[in-house]
Write a protein that binds this ligand. Sequence first.
Ligand code: SF4
Ligand code: SF4
Length: 156
Amino acid sequence: MCEEKGLHYKGVLEVVMPENYIAMFNAPGEEESRAIVTKAKPVLEQAGELIRKGKDLPASKVGLLDKLKSGPINEGFYKFYVKADAFFATDACTGCGFCVEACPLNNIRLNDGKPVWGKDCTHCMACICGCPTEAIEYGKRSKGKPRYQCPKDETL
Ligand code: SF4
Ligand code: SF4
């Protein structure tokens, strides 16, 4: 695609970060999250260094399974599973509006002080994992699971 558009492909880099996709999986607790982020730091620093020097990222092998995952599997998954229908706010909601601000697709609005989700969702989990009172659930799938958001502090 880059070649077609006359761009130079710089590559991709795999950085393992804590799971936040609680619509399907479990997020790690605070201690485990910190350990994962700490382990990811050198990879990020290496990437930053390469980018600063204008170099390409190291080439990575792309196997058939990767192609399937990024191709037909992803298409089907996105079409049938990635929807906001299952989100709801519990009585713990204070109407703070953080979820409205956090959504990258402007898919949430407040109605009488409670969030309402639209149809334009990419399952980034910013709303459910960022809610300060953990008032958002995704059907029954998120019940009792820890929420994870990358900390904004520099101490990690
Ligand atoms: S972030 Fe949480 S508490 Fe704030 S409006 Fe959204 S659901 Fe309610
Ligand atoms: S999961 Fe992400 S895209 Fe979907 S409604 Fe929440 S913040 Fe918006």
